[in-house]
Design a binder for this molecule. Structure first.
Ligand SMILES: *[C@@H]1O[C@H](CO)[C@@H](O)[C@H](O)[C@H]1NC(C)=O
Ligand SMILES: *[C@@H]1O[C@H](CO)[C@@H](O)[C@H](O)[C@H]1NC(C)=O
Ligand SMILES: *[C@@H]1O[C@H](CO)[C@@H](O)[C@H](O)[C@H]1NC(C)=O
Ligand SMILES: *[C@@H]1O[C@H](CO)[C@@H](O)[C@H](O)[C@H]1NC(C)=O
Ligand SMILES: *[C@@H]1O[C@H](CO)[C@@H](O)[C@H](O)[C@H]1NC(C)=O
Ligand SMILES: *[C@@H]1O[C@H](CO)[C@@H](O)[C@H](O)[C@H]1NC(C)=O
Ligand SMILES: *[C@@H]1O[C@H](CO)[C@@H](O)[C@H](O)[C@H]1NC(C)=O
Ligand SMILES: *[C@@H]1O[C@H](CO)[C@@H](O)[C@H](O)[C@H]1NC(C)=O
Ligand SMILES: *[C@@H]1O[C@H](CO)[C@@H](O)[C@H](O)[C@H]1NC(C)=O
Ligand SMILES: *[C@@H]1O[C@H](CO)[C@@H](O)[C@H](O)[C@H]1NC(C)=O
Ligand SMILES: *[C@@H]1O[C@H](CO)[C@@H](O)[C@H](O)[C@H]1NC(C)=O
Ligand SMILES: *[C@@H]1O[C@H](CO)[C@@H](O)[C@H](O)[C@H]1NC(C)=O
Length: 407
């Protein structure tokens, strides 16, 4: 064991030496999903703000709508002028992007950036919080000695994304690209996003739990879907912690508080929304009516069923349950913010002073450093480690040379 450690240490030294000699050899790891079809999915980017930014600036940096950013972060859609809201640096925002199949791999290329006078490839990469490396921007735009960055030039920013058939471990998910920060481990990231270490390893094709700052991980976010809800002409997958606006912004859908069932109700922000009420009832979409019966409780729900143009479909569903939760007759007031949507919807205010909306979104995921492997009884077993020692040390060398050769 001790011998093994020494050997690995020597090899790590060697590796460092190589790195110093060839500083560009090893770049951050990132999962690549091969694809061959024209379908796409919705994906998320986890964006750690590099500096204070207005929501409108963030939206234009990624070329997405302010409202979609609000939705992805479960921020109140009804406040006025959200685009003027300033978020402090180090806020962690989820940015929704489309994830198509481009040249055989999944990536988003729908973000263009207009180069400014002082920009370098590295400063542009930093502006996107290292979701994309300077090297990747350079390659996709054919930047070289002859074709240099120029003020006013429009370049494509390739952003990492994955779909993996909208699923992980058999449950519906939306994948979020996440840049590993200093001090983070698979278990700390998993704990934040309800994923197990095994799942993160499997999704990212990692053979071991070691990740490095700057690596871009695909993190599966459990999602609720309309797949089994029999909607007309519409399907929706909404990650936990987000909502989606649909039917011309008239309807807002998100996961239930304690489950992954998709619930929808009037958003309260759409204009000229009609058909929000179930036929021949006083129930609006999202309303639940309960009647106590001798045998228990009759529950009637008015549920959303999709839309076609301005026409919104809804239907009643009856069921009985053993008990009525709450009072005799509960009728949620119409147009109220959907009580079924979970999550802390942090109210946006237009107050000129700070306490910015993302106050607690922002916590740049404080991570407890992974308890350095206690050689005694760590979960992955000491004897296995002994056995894999030789293999590991071989691998360290192999990998370093592979990187050398790949250049
Ligand atoms: C497309 O990819 C899937 C797996 O991603 C594979 O099963 C299928 O055979 C491929 N189809 C073609 C035409 O290459
Ligand atoms: C982005 O730039 C590329 C090439 O520079 C161009 O073909 C494409 O239309 C642009 N996309 C947008 C959304 O501006
Ligand atoms: C994708 O998921 C659907 C159900 O969600 C399943 O029917 C289909 O077989 C999956 N396709 C692949 C290639 O895994
Ligand atoms: C993901 O789900 C959406 C919505 O149901 C569907 O349109 C899309 O084809 C799926 N994409 C993949 C890659 O499975
Ligand atoms: C679904 O959309 C198609 C056109 O895309 C339309 O012909 C059909 O009537 C729609 N069905 C419903 C139930 O709205
Ligand atoms: C409860 O619902 C059942 C059908 O689901 C119906 O037969 C019954 O009459 C209802 N009871 C009351 C008190 O509404
Ligand atoms: C559900 O119950 C209501 C009365 O509470 C009734 O008018 C309606 O027809 C029932 N619908 C179904 C599908 O059973
Ligand atoms: C039930 O209704 C009564 C009045 O009808 C009200 O005082 C009480 O707060 C209600 N309880 C709940 C849990 O809503
Ligand atoms: C959904 O998110 C909430 C907090 O935002 C969390 O408490 C809940 O466990 C999550 N559900 C799933 C299935 O991950
Ligand atoms: C935000 O986090 C701080 C600690 O970082 C805590 O003191 C404060 O109560 C939190 N605010 C909310 C609204 O959770
Ligand atoms: C782990 O084993 C070492 C000796 O190999 C011992 O000194 C140390 O106290 C042990 N730690 C725990 C937590 O058992
Ligand atoms: C370590 O594992 C052994 C058995 O494998 C057990 O007897 C011992 O209590 C464990 N020690 C700790 C600190 O968990």
């Amino acid at each position: 064991m001790i011998l093994c450690k020494m050997k690995i240490q020597i090899e790590i030294l060697l590796l460092l030496l190589l790195l110093i000699i060839f500083p560009r050899i090893i770049s951050a790891k990132s999962v690549i999903e091969p694809c061959n079809s024209s379908d796409s999915c919705n994906a998320l980017l986890s964006y750690l703000l590099p500096w204070d930014s207005k929501l409108s600036e963030i939206a234009s940096r990624f070329q997405v709508n302010v409202n979609d950013i609000l939705a992805s972060n479960s921020l109140d859609p009804s406040i006025s002028f959200p685009e003027n809201q300033i978020l402090p640096s180090d806020s962690l925002l989820k940015i929704p992007i489309p994830c198509p199949c481009v040249d055989g791999i999944r990536r988003s290329v729908s973000t263009n950036y207009t180069v400014r006078a002082a920009d370098t490839l590295d400063s542009i990469s930093a502006g996107y919080a290292r979701l994309v490396s300077a090297e990747q921007i350079k390659i996709i735009n054919g930047i070289d000695d002859k074709h240099q960055l120029m003020n006013g030039m429009s370049i494509v920013i390739p952003l990492p994304c994955t779909c993996f058939n909208n699923s992980s471990n058999g449950i519906t998910v939306v994948y979020m690209s996440y840049v590993v920060q200093e001090g983070e481990s698979l278990s700390s990231i998993g704990a934040t996003y309800s994923a197990t270490v095994t799942e993160l390893e499997a999704v990212n094709g990692l053979s071991q739990t070691v990740i490095d700052p700057g690596d871009v991980l695909a993190v599966p976010i459990p999602a609720c879907s309309s797949a089994n809800l029999d909607w007309y002409n519409e399907s929706l997958i909404v990650p936990n912690g987000s909502y989606a606006l649909t039917a011309n912004n008239c309807i807002k859908c998100g996961c239930g508080m304690n489950d992954l069932d998709l619930r929808c109700s009037p958003s309260g922000i759409g204009t000229s929304c009609s058909h929000l009420q179930c036929k021949a009832t006083n129930l609006f979409i999202g309303d639940i009516h309960m009647d106590r019966t001798p045998g228990g409780c009759n529950v009637t729900k008015c549920i959303y069923r999709g839309h076609f143009g301005r026409k919104i479909f809804s239907s009643l569903s009856n069921s009985s349950q053993i008990q009525c939760s709450g009072n005799h007759s509960v009728l949620t007031p119409r147009g109220s913010p959907p009580p079924t949507l979970h999550g802390s919807v942090i109210p946006l205010t237009n107050a000129p002073v700070s306490p910015p909306l993302a106050s607690n979104l922002s916590a740049p995921t404080v991570v407890t450093a992974p308890s350095k492997k206690s050689d005694n009884n760590s979960s992955d077993g000491g004897s296995f480690r002994d056995a894999s020692c030789l293999f590991l040390s071989g691998l360290v060398l192999l990998v370093s040379f592979a990187h050398l050769l790949s250049k």
